[in-house]
Design a binder for this molecule. Structure first.
Ligand SMILES: Nc1ncnc2c1ncn2[C@@H]1O[C@H](COP(=O)(O)OP(=O)(O)OP(=O)(O)O)[C@@H](O)[C@H]1O
Length: 305
């Protein structure tokens, strides 16, 4: 697989602050790569170097065989960018923006169909600035896709989108990826990254601390953190479980309890649950667990699957 994006030893500085510290990352043509990490980890700064929006203090970048800064005009024809925050002119309707963007490219996509696909068909005549946060986010995705790019950079892809819209966006990107689109996303939603990404780069404090498939990351960093789901937990069971050991974490999830326990505490928990006749199943460790391990903080997602 040829590389669509090559970032080699990229360093970004803001004054004395090192925001990205010698990060190397390649993205194969047709691959989907996610960049995750806490706020301020350097994800946007790194992407901006690939998008031709920022000159790194050190390192080299190639995107679709081009130098993003020297070949910016050509790069714009083959890449699409969904920035983290979009701002639109005050008096521009959605359809006017689409028409304007379509005019930049030699063979643009059918933007009416794109608007329909991403749930904006009824908003064609709306002022872009008056759209809701989630609608603005979807418009910026439509604008990123209008030029039929080879590579897209999507910064916080579905932040602010309702669950149905998120799934529509994922499905739309999956279809395009099947047709060859290379996708680089940043996201704080681990479920999204698990669903979409072939490989995941984890940034912490500007450094690349891990890069692998989700399965590889889980195996390397969270192999011993399978969780227990207790079905139909009776009253009082949560307190009993928490009393087993201070290291036991119990979260309520509807009628269920989600239990994190390892080592000796896990054995005690398992015995207690057997004594109480609880129905228990194991959920494999997930990217959430990897994130927690590598960053020391929860990702915000804690779904029982
Ligand atoms: N224009 C700027 N001037 C000065 N410092 C900046 C600038 N942009 C980013 N930073 C700093 O660089 C670091 C990395 O920021 P960046 O936006 O790349 O992180 P991020 O991982 O994308 O964060 P988030 O998840 O919050 O979007 C942060 O400490 C941030 O405060």
């Amino acid at each position: 697989m040829a590389d669509a994006v090559t970032l080699r030893d990229i360093t970004v500085r803001y004054g004395p602050k090192v925001a990205v510290d010698a990060v190397s990352l390649t993205v194969g043509a047709g691959e989907v790569v996610g960049v995750i990490g806490p706020n301020g980890a350097g994800k946007t700064s790194l992407l901006e170097c690939a998008e031709g929006l920022r000159r790194p203090a050190g390192g080299t970048v190639t995107v679709a065989g081009l130098d993003p800064l020297a070949d910016r005009a050509r790069l714009a024809l083959v890449t699409g960018v969904q920035p983290q925050h979009s701002s639109y002119p005050d008096r521009a309707r959605v359809e006017e923006l689409c028409r304007l963007y379509a005019g930049f490219y030699p063979a643009p996509a059918d933007w009416g169909a794109l608007l329909d696909e991403f749930g904006l068909g009824g908003s064609r005549r709306s002022w872009a600035t008056k759209l809701s946060g989630g609608q603005k986010q979807r418009l910026s995705l439509v604008l990123a896709l209008i030029g039929r790019p080879e590579v897209v950079f999507l910064d916080e892809l579905t932040t602010g989108l309702d669950p149905t819209a998120r799934r529509d966006v994922w499905a739309g990107l999956r279809r395009r990826n099947t047709d060859g689109l290379t996708i680089v996303i940043t996201s704080h939603h681990m479920e999204e990254v698990e669903f979409l990404c072939d490989r995941v780069a984890v940034l912490v404090g500007g450094r690349l601390v891990a890069l692998d498939s989700v399965v590889g990351l889980v195996r390397a960093h969270a192999g011993d953190t399978d969780r227990l789901v207790v079905e139909d937990a009776g009253p009082g069971l949560r307190r009993e479980l928490e009393a087993v050991d201070p290291g036991v974490l119990v979260s309520p999830a509807g009628q269920k309890l989600l239990v994190d326990a390892s080592g000796a505490a896990r054995e005690l928990v398992t015995r207690l649950l057997a004594e109480r006749g609880a129905r228990v199943r194991e959920v494999p460790a997930s990217l959430d667990d990897v994130y927690l391990r590598l960053t020391g903080q929860p990702s915000g997602g804690n779904d029982v699957r």
